[in-house]
Write a protein that binds this ligand. Sequence first.
Ligand code: CA
Length: 321
Amino acid sequence: MAAAKSHLHPIEGARFHKPVAVPNYTDFYASIHHATNVGRHFRPEQPLLANYKWIPIGYHGRASSLVISGTTVARPSGQTRLAEAQHPSFGPTRQLDFELELGAYIGTGNLLGSPIPIDEAEQHLFGLSLVNDWSARDIQSWEYQPLGPFLGKSFATSLSPWVIPIEALAPYRTSLAPRAEPLPYLNESTADTSFDITLEVLLSTSHMREHNLPPTAISTSNLSDLYWSFAQMLTHHTSNGCNLQPGDILASGTVSGPGPGSEGCLLEITQRGTVPLQLPTGELREFLVDGDEIILRGHCHRKGLPLITLGECRGAILPAS
Ligand code: CA
């Protein structure tokens, strides 16, 4: 017993740090299910934009506010405009959300001006971690046109402490769903360019913790639900000559599956706050409230193969300061 305890104690008591001082963080939008679900709220007649199946959509994120799992996240304030209001106002976000994502760390970078061909892309990927791209939807929806996400995203992004090397995931290689043929520079010569990684989102409310109730699962999806592979995201990112650096993170964008129960953020789960999520405690959530903790988990498991866990990515919401 003593040996088992001493084996467990170091992790239980460990204080985690970011595995890498990340130089640059890019966030993609690689789930066609997420893009369609979100697009439906804004453009019911054409949820998916015409460029989606041609180009891996992304934007440059903010590396300075990447935080390690377990770091609390203060509710950000920002400029928003209520639907019925004539003018915007400044104050704490009313629509705080999480985004379930996978992040790929760059191992070897490339020189400025030297694009990485698609069939060499994976040689530049080191490994995968869980990423929670916290999002303030009301700030985001008021600010995002015409240049894209800004302060609605950059207040914090949480990372899990473990990086699972791409080589370790080899037994769990799988192909993405059949897709339209992309332009030649994104056309992969092999099929198995994704990984069978089960992803889960759990929510723990203050009420649950006060009553010693476990977190409740609110979403389950799989990395292979994405439309674009990390190799395609990487090659597209460098296709203009942009240089990637060791330790850079390319995040997948919200990973949502095709059906109910697999939506990777509350914006989708609650249909932008119009259909509250009912928790087993009877609590309702349109968006996150102070005291809520989001726990992302990921694992690979198949009969006859070793279990691989990506660990956890946690973050609890504190009141606005
Ligand atoms: Ca995102």
